[in-house]
Ligand binder design. Structure first.
Ligand code: HEM
Length: 551
């Protein structure tokens, strides 16, 4: 089936209009972190929350989820609505902020040790902290929370301003007003946050004694009886007088900040939360979204990131010589359940716009190719262009005849007789850049030198070809995450006229990092183009094993 037929089907099929058009490397990465939470091709968060009392450090009684939620709040709480400074900008990563009395405890350094390595030039550390909060909530009983991307990492600490338990009620009201929240919203936000975790002896020995419990070596006195799960139990327990929340029934009333805050409107909000779990959940969803969207003035966040209904993932083109290239990758179908009768095919247009009946291939799927989000409330099904029986990619295209590929559509047939529906981003198609791509002759250094070979279609005449890699450090401190560029040079002499691609090369002298992704770019007629797919340094053959460069 050709693309012309596909388009007709799309118009009749009413496919949803996506929020952004694939490919868009930044949004693709953000969307994946936000929605590919668990299972096949999962992102970095939900794994650390399974089960919800998982704690990556020594001792018992604490959880990653509680640390992550508290960290996001303490990062945001420096916001000053009057001058637009502070807010979610990951300034909590600076040791100077962490050493303040208002940030006592190791929640923040723990959180950053687990998560900051997932940041990149596409996803800031502040975005990571926001994602960690929402995915903790969503995977541990809480509601879906809107997520926008684009937070910018601060380069220095913010002015202090996180509320502390010994502050009086007027200070708390003033502090939340400075952060941009009313008194009623303050009650809600504290109530929502304190659905998780508790107060630990190490950080607050005056509030919580050493509990001497071998199953709770941190002596973490929980806010409610279900402290690794989002629910309204704390408010039920608060209203019926059975609460053990150490910030409500602590022996020193000065540090009973939750008690003062919760009862500051005559228990109106708490009573409503106790009576209605759904009101509580929806209030928390909107307050948390507001909280993570509290960013320094001038920072522009994206639209709320919705899942693409059909999403190519880890697509990559590779030139393998002799006029041939391969295309590999996976396709995610969002919010579907398993159906072993379903077939998924891609059909594509050649680079010159022509097509033929041969331009279609069925994708592979096995029962372990299932992803999930929102704690399993949504499942996604994955289909693969990889050939299960061979290490070579399934789709091999002949570029010599200049038929290559320019874009494709996805045809999904549920096998129920209703015929295939077509997904092509509202008629745009999924565009594949075949002007430049990796060459399979790229290799990592075994001892010293390696090379990144880039195939550029002859006649393209780029003014520049280069490789980018994120500057990366496990201790980011005040180092911005920015891409470093390495310019490529045209390899001379080139192979014969029948080779449709020429090779450009970056010589790497001990600099191939096995843990980072390399992206390739070219500037053509003043326009920057990016190859489909990044290649991880760890996936490169060593130079002794790599195929010889054709040139
Ligand atoms: C007046 C405002 C607040 C005060 C005085 C306050 C105070 C505290 C204190 C003293 C702890 C114990 C920390 C530890 O032992 O490590 C704590 C824990 C926590 N707070 Fe707050 N908090 C406030 C607001 C919030 C807000 C708005 C959120 C989230 C939106 C939040 C989320 C958390 C979480 C999740 C924990 C549990 C940490 C864990 O168990 O590791 N707090 N809070």
């Amino acid at each position: 089936m050709g693309l012309r037929a596909s388009k007709v089907l799309v118009l009749g099929g009413g496919a949803g209009v996506a929020a952004y058009v694939w490919p868009n490397p930044r949004m693709d990465q953000q969307e994946s972190f936000r929605w590919d939470q668990d299972g096949f091709n999962h992102g970095p968060f939900a794994f650390e929350l399974d089960p919800c009392d998982k704690y990556d450090f020594a001792g018992t009684g604490r959880s990653n989820a509680a640390d992550w939620i508290r960290t996001a709040y303490h990062d945001m709480a420096t916001y000053n609505v009057a001058d637009g400074t502070g807010g979610m900008d990951s300034s909590i990563r600076f040791k100077e902020e962490q050493s303040r009395a208002e940030n006592v405890g190791d929640s923040f350094s723990n959180t950053l040790r687990v998560l900051d390595r997932d940041a990149s030039s596409y996803v800031s550390i502040a975005d990571i902290l926001a994602l960690a909060l929402i995915i903790s909530m969503e995977n541990c009983g809480g509601p879906e929370i809107d997520y926008r991307a684009g937070r910018v990492d601060a380069m220095e600490p913010n002015v202090a301003g996180v509320p502390e338990p010994q502050n009086d009620l007027d200070s708390h009201i003033a502090s939340f007003a400075r952060q941009g929240f009313t008194q009623e919203e303050m009650i809600g936000l504290v109530a929502c946050g304190h659905s998780f975790g508790g107060v630990q002896h190490d950080a607050f020995p005056d509030i919580v004694p050493d509990l001497g419990d071998p199953n709770n070596t941190h002596s973490n006195a929980a806010f409610d009886s279900t402290f690794v799960h989002f629910d309204n139990n704390m408010y039920v327990e608060f209203m019926d007088g059975t609460t053990a929340n150490p910030l409500v029934v602590g022996t020193n009333d000065t540090t009973n900040s939750d008690k003062r805050i919760f009862s500051s409107d005559g228990n109106v909000t708490m009573r409503a939360f106790a009576e209605s779990p759904t009101l509580f959940a929806s209030t928390c969803a909107s307050l948390f979204a507001r909280m993570i969207d509290t960013v320094p003035r001038g920072v522009q966040l994206t639209e709320v990131i919705k899942p693409l209904p059909v999403k190519p993932h880890a697509f990559m083109t590779t030139y393998i010589g002799n006029g041939q290239l391969t295309l590999e990758g996976d396709i995610r179908l969002w919010n579907l359940t398993e159906n072993l009768n379903r077939t998924v095919r891609i059909v594509w247009l050649n680079s010159d716009g022509s097509t033929s009946d041969d331009n279609a291939v069925e994708l592979l799927h096995s029962e372990n190719q299932v992803g999930s989000a929102l704690g399993g409330r949504i499942t996604s099904m994955w289909y693969s262009l990889h050939n299960a029986t061979s290490s070579q990619s399934f789709l091999t295209l002949d570029a010599a005849k200049s038929n290559s590929i320019s874009k494709f559509s996805v045809l999904i047939d549920e096998g129920n007789g209703s015929g295939p529906r077509v997904e092509d981003q509202g008629g745009i198609g999924f565009r594949i850049e075949d002007t430049l791509m990796w060459s399979s002759s790229s290799c990592a250094p075994t001892f010293g030198t390696g090379r990144l070979d880039i195939a550029v279609r002859k006649g393209t005449s780029p003014s520049r070809v280069w490789v980018e890699v994120d500057a990366f450090s496990f201790d980011l401190g005040n180092v911005p995450i920015e891409p470093n560029a390495y310019n490529a040079s045209l390899v001379e002499p080139q192979a014969g006229d029948d080779e449709p691609y020429e090779i450009w090369r970056v010589d790497i002298n001990g600099e191939v990092d096995l843990f980072v992704d390399y992206g390739i770019y070219a500037e053509v007629n003043g326009v920057r183009i990016m190859a489909v797919g990044v290649r991880n340094g760890g996936d490169l053959d060593s130079c002794t094993d790599a195929p010889e460069s054709p040139f």
